[in-house]
Design a protein around this ligand. Structure first.
Ligand code: SF4
Length: 335
């Protein structure tokens, strides 16, 4: 049973703004990456999902959601019509949707590899090792797979994908087979304790990762957690800073949800050590149905990203995450 004084999930007033912590983390990011922020485009290819996470609007039990898969032709057109020049990497994202991966994601990666120099990231869930291998063979190099919590019991309670052990095994397999792997967690899930946050930050540092993220919890309208308060901005920013200080070379994103839980959250995340901004490239007609939290999303487009990066005193990187990480692995670059 959780004791009230240590609870974060909306029950305790926010932690004090820790200016010094954030400044130290921002300075370390600058030291390692030279005030550069990566800009990654994201395209949300399919919102079908076989999982049932209690915090996600795309869970399989949400029968009221219009499900979609973008067509390969429409994605080719999107790329041909031009991706913003500041984008160096593209993240292809879906729910856990094997059909979508086979029919759309794999040929899309092959197309991107042939036609562009973009670094290719994927966020597709826990899959069979054979599929990870095929995705890598096709040309992807960076796999995003969130733990959501570092506590096995909490993982079960929030109905996160599969089991905690399977998720860890997937991360180890991916890292072992040459992927750059990024994980992450949600701050402010109902019932989350400070001890669980510390445990999760420990796990994020112990795993063989190239990056990690922390996103503030926002209750999805058609989820079992609907109606719960959002995660606290200050604690989220503190976690970003702590992550940077413990893992200088990590790719750490500023996530758009930060702007929904407090004023200027996105820029403050960049100042607290984050080094990745994301531009949403999903066609506007489908964005509202990709409901990781709620339909009313804060969408980062090119102009917003440019402004935020500038306000944070940074510039955008002309080199992709994939190339930078490969350089790190080959001993070129600092970490
Ligand atoms: S968080 Fe991911 S795996 Fe879980 S229901 Fe949502 S899309 Fe599916």
């Amino acid at each position: 049973m959780t004791s009230l004084p240590s609870m974060i999930g909306g029950l305790e007033p926010q932690a004090a703004f820790n200016e010094n912590l954030h400044a130290r983390a921002g300075a370390l990011r600058d030291e390692v990456f030279g005030q550069k922020v990566f800009v990654r485009g994201v395209v949300e290819v399919s919102n079908f999902c076989r999982e049932n996470c209690s915090y996600c609007g795309m869970r399989r039990d949400n029968r009221s959601l219009d499900r979609y898969r973008l067509t390969l032709d429409s994605l080719r057109t999107l790329i041909q019509e031009g991706i913003p020049g500041i984008v160096t990497d593209l993240n292809i994202q879906t729910g856990e949707d094997i059909v979508g991966i086979r029919e759309i994601v794999l040929p899309l990666i092959e197309y991107l590899r042939q036609e562009t120099d973009l670094g290719i990231s994927v966020c597709l869930g826990t899959l069979e090792p054979k599929i990870y291998d095929e995705l890598k063979q096709a040309g992807a190099s960076y796999y995003i797979i969130k733990m959501e919590t570092g506590n096995p019991r909490h993982y079960r309670e929030i109905q996160a994908p599969g089991t905690f052990e399977e998720r860890l095994e997937a991360i180890h397999y991916l890292a072992r087979t040459g992927w750059a792997v990024s994980s992450g967690f949600i701050l402010g899930l109902p019932g989350q304790t400070r001890e669980q946050i510390d445990e999760t930050l420990d796990l994020m540092s112990e795993l063989p990762l190239a990056g990690s993220s922390v996103s503030p919890f926002i209750a999805g309208e058609q989820t079992p957690l609907s109606g719960n308060p959002a995660g606290d901005l200050e604690t989220t920013l503190d976690c970003i800073a702590r992550m940077r200080l413990r893992n200088p070379s990590y790719i750490i994103p500023a996530v758009s949800a930060l702007n929904l839980v407090g004023n200027n959250g996105y820029v403050r995340a960049l100042k607290a050590g984050a080094n990745l901004a994301t531009i949403n490239l999903t066609p506007s007609s489908n964005r509202a149905d990709y409901v990781l939290y709620k339909r009313d999303r804060f969408i980062m487009h090119e102009a917003r990203v440019k402004k935020a990066v500038e306000e944070a005193g940074c510039t955008t990187s002309s080199q992709s995450i994939s190339k930078t990480w490969a350089d790190f692995q080959n001993g070129n670059g600092q970490p």
